[in-house]
Design a protein around this ligand. Structure first.
Ligand SMILES: [Zn+2]
Length: 331
């Protein structure tokens, strides 16, 4: 495990006392439906450790100790047992339910104070999800054939922007938690950095999502690149090797990979070359080869990041199946 990939948000948190690293064996399987090979499972998984009582942490009762503790709380992983979304403009319930991909009846059930004929004022926080342990979000089938049961909505947060139409912002718990953790880590590293654009994931119940072929089972996410210039922020414009902010974008990719929950990432080859130059500063040639398809090497087809046409405006991140879910197909 490269040290530089070890910065998961959880590992940054003060209470993480023990991290168990497990190596998942490298495996190569048949070509998937896109014609790409199974990616190597060469990123190490980490299991959550147990939290020591704070008083037992050496150095807690010092000014830096307390400041660190406060910062950790500020950038703590987002809790996903309940998710609220804020109403942007005064809206009817019908409008909100179409915009968010929920039935009106579901919004009424989740929010007992709502009434069917009311206008919900801008700024109101509406409950859009409450976890039910008997009905976990579950990816069924393949990313380009499958569906999603009991999808979990992507939460709002300080360091990213969701699409206005959120009917396609639903995924599995693993997808949503891993991505929001990585975005919190990005925010901690670059508190004043540009917000990251979170694009389409899946519909709440998954299934076909035009114009995509995949994005059907709650495991695919489109994520904006971070550009250097301010005119590149907040939109889905094409970036180039010259104007992509390689430091920030690489940090995002690295945070995602450190989770051990990313199966593959699709990034245009020109941008991969730029990111790989940035990554070179902290990774060995062997580590680079496991991660980037470009620059080309003999085993490039096994790298986690692959070129796929149409990924100059955004990267596409595919998360793993949850280990408990036998109905989820990796490819
Ligand atoms: Zn995509």
């Amino acid at each position: 495990m490269p040290k530089s990939l070890a910065h998961t948000p959880r590992s940054l948190s003060l209470g993480l006392a023990a991290v168990v690293l497990l190596t998942v064996p490298v495996a190569e399987r048949d070509a998937d439906a896109f014609g790409l090979p199974m990616q190597p499972m060469n990123i190490q998984l980490r299991e959550p450790g147990f939290e020591l009582p704070l008083a037992l942490e050496p150095g807690f009762f010092t000014v830096p100790g307390v400041v660190n503790w406060l910062v950790d709380r500020l950038y703590a992983p987002i809790e996903l047992r309940v998710v609220y979304w804020q109403v942007e403009n005064d809206s009817s319930l019908t409008h909100l339910s179409a915009l968010w991909g929920l039935e009106s009846s579901q919004l009424l059930e989740l929010n007992s104070w709502l009434e069917a004929d009311m206008t919900v004022p801008a700024g109101t926080k509406v409950l859009v999800y409450r976890a039910d342990q008997d009905r976990p979000a579950a990816s069924i089938g393949k990313p380009n054939r499958g569906k999603l049961n009991n999808g979990l909505p992507f939460p709002e947060g300080p360091f990213w922007v969701l699409r206005e139409n959120r009917s396609r912002e639903w995924g599995t718990e693993l997808t949503i938690q891993t991505l929001s953790d990585a975005l919190m880590a990005y925010g901690r590293q670059y508190p004043a950095g540009p917000k990251v654009l979170v694009g389409e994931i899946s519909k709440r119940t998954g299934g076909r999502l035009t114009p995509h072929r995949s994005h059907r089972s709650g495991r695919d996410v489109d994520l904006g690149y971070i550009g250097k210039e301010s005119e590149l922020h907040g939109n889905w414009n094409r970036v180039t090797a010259e104007n992509i902010d390689t430091e920030k974008t690489w940090f995002m990719v690295k945070s995602l990979m450190a989770s051990g929950q990313v199966q593959s990432v699709y990034i245009d080859r020109e941008l991969q070359l730029a990111l790989s130059k940035e990554a070179e500063k902290e990774l060995s040639p062997e580590e680079l080869a496991l991660i980037f398809e470009y620059p080309k090497r003999p085993d490039s087809h096994l790298a986690v990041i692959q070129h796929w046409p149409g990924h100059r405006t955004h990267m596409h991140v595919r998360f793993r199946c949850q280990s408990w879910n036998a109905r989820c197909n990796s490819y």
